[in-house]
Design a protein around this ligand. Structure first.
Ligand code: PMP
Length: 409
């Protein structure tokens, strides 16, 4: 794969030039949110300057234009992940809301005592907490596929857990803490062999690798705009059309109905049935522009770049005797982030020292508390990379770590 000009890409992100105390920011918090390139900001600003109006096909010109842009954003997302069409693409607020949509619309109605929801030990709270709550309300059991020493899923345990009582398997595609890339196609096949559905949390996958929902055969697949060079305030729920047709909405209101009387209401077409109220219009325009921008570079090239930087970071950190890294070694099943701890220094202290060097990393449990319990640490520091990061930035991270060590020695 031919590489691309990272310098030219960085020019599209004025924020990367910001300085704090005379030091240029080193932004390594991309798993939390990515930066937004000028073409995406421009697309949203054009929307507000040129054709801002409410959607749902108003009669006037501006509403027509806004409606077309909003609808086309669904088509663009569908093409990007190889869904069949806009009917299978629901815009939500974020991955979390996409999880909740399925949990409420499908889970609350379909699950009961004796049913099993199978998650993994590396689920983000977005799915873990949500399915726990649905389990409590419906009486369904929630069980977790174990991870092994290296932070990979124990697939023997998966085959043991996923059985004829299983109603849904919900798994993270790329772990936001361990970086593990899970065999989501295999998990989906296992679910289907037992008549269960699969929900894949792609929040850390769609931003940095080609994702084909048909190849995975996922029943549901979720991700967020703000982690893929797009805006905050918009997320996607992909769902197979026949499943979405059969599901009841869980949010009600205007824009999603076919017919309303004082006694009862019926629902409109997909995807609008699940998008009541004024939707995130500017954000949809921004997401469309972000996908154009990403595909302009090429998802396979973005993946290769990110993995190369993450591998470099892994190797630099691994060379430090007192650094513990979580998750698998660099390879095809590891994505573009590295979580670690420096012996004797709390992750929050380490991250705060890094901030003195304008190195932006995240400390905490990364919304995977049970996983951190299992790792036996309260928190970790996470460096996560994207298309605009460089090896020099990794060197600054490591230099800051070395200074932190001396400070705390
Ligand atoms: N799942 C994973 C794997 C994530 O990394 C995140 C974001 N940290 C989420 C879900 C939740 O995404 P959002 O905050 O956009 O809803």
């Amino acid at each position: 794969l031919e590489s691309f000009d990272v310098g030219a890409i960085r020019e599209e992100f004025p924020i990367l030039k910001r300085e704090f105390d005379g030091q240029q920011v080193v932004y390594l918090d991309n798993a939390a949110t990515t930066q937004t390139p000028d073409p995406v900001v421009d697309a949203m600003s054009d929307y507000y300057r040129e054709y801002n109006a409410n959607v749902h096909r108003g009669i006037h010109h501006l509403s027509q234009e806004a409606s077309i842009a909003y609808e086309e954003a669904h088509d663009r997302v569908a093409g990007f992940i190889n869904a069949d069409g806009r009917e299978e693409v629901i815009f939500t607020k974020n991955t979390t809301e996409s999880e909740n949509l399925v949990a409420y619309s499908w889970g609350l109605n379909e699950l009961g005592p004796g049913d099993k929801v199978v998650l993994t030990e590396m689920e983000h709270h977005a799915s873990l907490v949500t399915w726990q709550q649905i389990g409590e309300r419906t009486g369904a059991d929630v069980e977790y596929i174990r991870i092994d020493e290296d932070g990979r899923l124990d697939m023997d345990h998966a085959r043991e857990l996923i059985d004829d009582d299983t109603a849904i398997v919900s798994a993270v595609h790329v772990s936001n803490t361990l970086g593990t890339v899970n065999p989501v196609g295999e998990l989906t096949d296992l679910a289907h062999e037992h008549g269960a559905l699969s929900f894949i949390d792609g929040a850390q996958a769609v931003p940095n690798r080609p994702v084909d929902v048909k190849e995975i055969d996922a029943d549901f697949y979720a991700f967020s705009g703000h982690k893929m060079a797009g805006p905050t305030g918009i997320g996607v729920l992909y769902g197979k059309q026949d499943l979405l047709e059969a599901m009841e909405p869980y949010l009600y209101g205007g824009g999603m109905i076919r017919k309303v009387t004082f006694e009862e209401s019926t629902w409109g077409e997909l995807p609008w049935k699940f998008e009541p109220g004024t939707p995130p219009i500017a954000e949809a325009v921004g997401l469309h522009a972000a996908i154009d921008w990403l595909e302009g570079i090429g998802m396979d090239r973005i993946q290769a770049h990110e993995e190369e930087i993450a591998r470099y970071a892994y190797e630099q950190l691994e060379a430090e005797d007192d650094v513990e890294i979580y998750g698998p070694e660099p390879g095809p099943d590891r994505g573009g982030l590295v979580s670690f701890n420096l012996e004797g220094v709390h992750a929050h202290d380490l991250t705060s020292i890094m901030n003195d060097y304008a190195v932006a990393v995240r400390a905490g449990d990364h919304c995977t508390q049970p996983l951190h319990d299992k790792l036996g640490v309260p928190a970790s520091t996470r460096a996560s990379f994207y298309v605009y990061n460089t090896r020099e930035e990794v060197d600054k991270l490591v230099a800051a770590l070395e200074d932190a060590r001396e400070l705390f020695a």
